[in-house]
Write a protein that binds this ligand. Structure first.
Ligand code: PDD
Length: 286
């Protein structure tokens, strides 16, 4: 499962397209030294971006939150170019964007007049067939910081958790902070209890997922009841369905949840998840 290969033709770094092996930044880049940067992942279904404006709005919000000056109006044509240059216009792909604060003498405080390093590339991703996918998920303590709404490249906590999950034979983590489920290590969490869909409210403890927003829109449109309310770990026995969402995760069914090796949830029929998946496919492929 580990060390999957990713094929990359070209990357865009600070105004130029180049082979990845030629793309370099300073060792004093603050992204390298402090994780002082922002990233974004936007899906492209057969060459067409999905919810591009939402992804750009989130990127802008995150840049403002950490005070990196960057003009996002240049991004859309470059993202399309990344897709066509990587010959990904007729298959499914995603565009990765990363903006760090750039190189500066190592001080904790932000430098004056920063020169951000801007990296972008397109990569192939399988966005099909998620309806047959079922994930075995490990429940982990959410020991991340208190600004999970910022899509920061500083993902050490997320990567530590995910590595634990993969090493122990799980597909993803479901995180718990102060007794309540927050989200996955790289996905949004949803629960269905008595026919109502629950997901954690937006705020500093989760990333405002774009797929999350789409799923809630679908709930509204299909008349499925939902609550943006955190679910307590101790209420897991009242849950009938669990699913995780994200740009690459799409809508993935959780088959079972495991806390310290003990199974605490096994999925039942999953009718609501199936309806949401069906409608999500229509919207992303329409
Ligand atoms: N994950 N929460 C976290 C911590 C994430 O890293 C992600 C995204 C999400 C879902 O957000 P969105 O629906 O906007 O992708 C929630 C990466 C990008 C992914 O799974 O593709």
């Amino acid at each position: 499962m580990k060390n999957k290969k990713t094929y990359l033709a070209e990357v865009y770094l600070n105004g130029q397209w180049m082979p990845p092996q030629e793309a370099t930044v300073s060792v004093f880049d603050r992204g390298f030294m402090f994780g002082d940067g922002i990233y974004e992942v936007t899906p492209f279904y057969h060459g067409k971006p999905f919810r591009l404006q939402d992804h750009l709005d989130r990127l802008k919000y995150c840049l403002e939150q950490i005070k990196i000056p960057f003009d996002i109006s240049i991004l859309e044509p470059l993202m399309l170019e990344a897709i066509s240059r990587s010959r990904l216009a007729t298959s499914d792909a995603a565009v990765y964007i990363q903006i760090s604060r750039g190189a500066a003498p190592r001080n904790h405080y932000f430098p004056d007049n920063p020169k951000p390093n801007f990296l972008m590339y397109a990569f192939p991703v399988e966005l099909e067939n998620f309806s047959g996918k079922r994930w075995k998920v490990m429940v982990s303590e959410d020991f991340r910081w208190q600004r999970c709404d910022i899509k920061s490249t500083a993902l050490l906590a997320n990567t530590m958790m995910k590595d634990d999950a993969i090493s122990d034979g799980y597909n993803e983590n479901l995180l718990v902070r102060d007794g309540y489920f927050t989200e996955g290590s790289h996905s949004t969490a949803f629960f269905v209890s008595k026919g109502i869909v629950f997901t954690h409210p937006e705020g500093p403890h989760i990333l405002s997922g774009i797929t999350r927003k789409v799923v809630l829109e679908i709930c509204r449109d299909l008349g499925i009841g939902y609550k943006e309310e955190a679910l307590a770990l101790e209420r897991i026995s009242e849950v009938e369905e669990v699913f995780l969402t994200g740009t690459t995760t799409q809508i993935t069914v959780v088959s079972s949840l495991h806390l310290k090796g003990k199974e605490i949830f096994t999925s039942q029929k999953g009718q609501i998840t199936a309806r949401l998946q069906e409608e999500f496919l229509k919207r992303t492929r329409g």
